[in-house]
Design a protein around this ligand. Structure first.
Ligand SMILES: NC(=O)c1ccc[n+]([C@@H]2O[C@H](COP(=O)([O-])OP(=O)(O)OC[C@H]3O[C@@H](n4cnc5c(N)ncnc54)[C@H](O)[C@@H]3O)[C@@H](O)[C@H]2O)c1
Length: 324
């Protein structure tokens, strides 16, 4: 059985990736400090507790499991918090990635799939986004992810590293079987927050800006089902096994969905009204983000299978109801 080390395996997307890996015949070993993740979401392989900035711990875990590949999800990923704590974000997201790269090199682990983000593109001047759209992040979170990408490219130049950089757009939904899902604290993502408001778990949903140059005035994002994000990692691993070329891919559907369209979908799924209010725009929030998604489709053979809005919201709702 092949083994993969999953940093951030106790988190939202990492846990879905562990399930996808286990189904594809891999043993996923999660490496997570549980700062944001949940022990209970590590269901498809062992958990090694540790911080990605702890080189000695990483060395010990890599020596114990001798993985063929590393999938690197562990990061701090809230845009607002990154503005308040840029040094912490640089430490975890950039220095943490550099520490992991050095440990991988020392342990002769040569395959890496990295979780990057649409936030590296900042506010694009042309749509749809493609992988050749200039990288121009507008907040510390995006900056740290772009810097981590650079660190990976540098490591590959000086060594034997094969890597895939996957720039996720808005990962959303939950495991269709209800075995894992999104449980961030605080939750900043629109769909779980809209569901929480519809179910009366929170008093109201905040929508940031209703005067954007979009058809209904609210921001437009490209929502991609978390299970589709998960299987893209399997496709990336297969591609890296067969090719000696690094690859950078956007992961999105090519479809933009406005905040108000998400609210309608949540109201349809729950049968309840979502109480919401308009708040001021958040600085640096792009009005519209969606990707052509060509590299993933044409190179990895990946396509979204479950990323229609009703499936995303239905699966997120299923998870939210399990948490009650
Ligand atoms: N959720 C999205 O829509 C989205 C979009 C684009 C990119 N991403 C990226 O995908 C990855 C996973 O995102 P997520 O939504 O699953 O986040 P998450 O917070 O649910 O998962 C991250 C995991 O990393 C762990 N972690 C954090 N710091 C650590 C450290 N120093 N050492 C070890 N473990 C640590 C946390 O405990 C958590 O389990 C992140 O890199 C994020 O930037 C997410």
């Amino acid at each position: 059985m092949r083994t993969a080390l999953i940093t951030g395996g106790a988190g939202y997307i990492g846990s879905h990736a562990c399930k996808a890996l286990a189904r594809s015949g891999w043993r996923p070993v999660s490496y997570d400090d549980l700062s944001q993740g949940h022990r209970a979401l590590v269901k498809w392989g062992p958990l090694e507790e540790g911080d990605i900035r702890d080189r000695a711990r990483l060395d010990a875990v890599l020596a114990r499991w001798r993985p063929q590949a590393v999938l690197h999800f562990a990061a701090l990923s809230q845009v607002g918090a990154s503005v308040l704590q840029p040094d912490l974000y640089r430490d975890v997201n950039v220095a943490g990635t550099e520490c992991l790269l050095a440990a991988m090199r020392a342990a002769n682990v040569e395959t890496l799939v990295f979780s990057s983000t649409a936030a590296v593109y900042g506010v694009p001047t042309r749509l749809p986004i493609t992988e050749t759209t200039p990288v121009a992040p507008t907040n510390p979170y995006g900056e740290t992810k772009a810097a981590a990408e650079d660190a990976i490219r540098r490591a590959a130049e000086g060594g034997k590293l094969r890597y895939a950089i996957l720039r996720y757009f808005n990962a959303a939904g939950g495991d269709p079987d209800g075995e894992t899902g999104e449980s961030h604290d605080p939750e900043t993502h629109l769909i779980p927050n809209a569901i929480a408001a519809a179910l009366g778990k929170t008093p109201t949903l905040d929508i940031f800006g209703d005067d954007y140059p979009t058809p209904d005035g609210t921001c437009i994002r490209d929502y991609v089902h978390v299970s589709d994000v998960a299987w893209a990692h399997i496709a990336a691993l297969e591609w890296l096994e067969a090719n000696d070329e690094p690859i950078t891919c956007d992961l999105g559907t090519g479809q933009g969905t406005s905040n108000l369209a998400v609210i309608s979908a949540v109201e349809a799924a729950t049968g309840r009204r979502v109480p919401w209010r308009t708040m001021p725009r958040r600085p640096g929030d792009p009005p519209v983000l969606y990707t052509a998604g060509r590299a993933a489709r044409e190179t990895l053979g990946w396509m979204p299978l479950r990323s229609d809005l009703p499936s995303i919201v239905g699966d997120a709702l299923k998870w939210s109801q399990r948490l009650q």
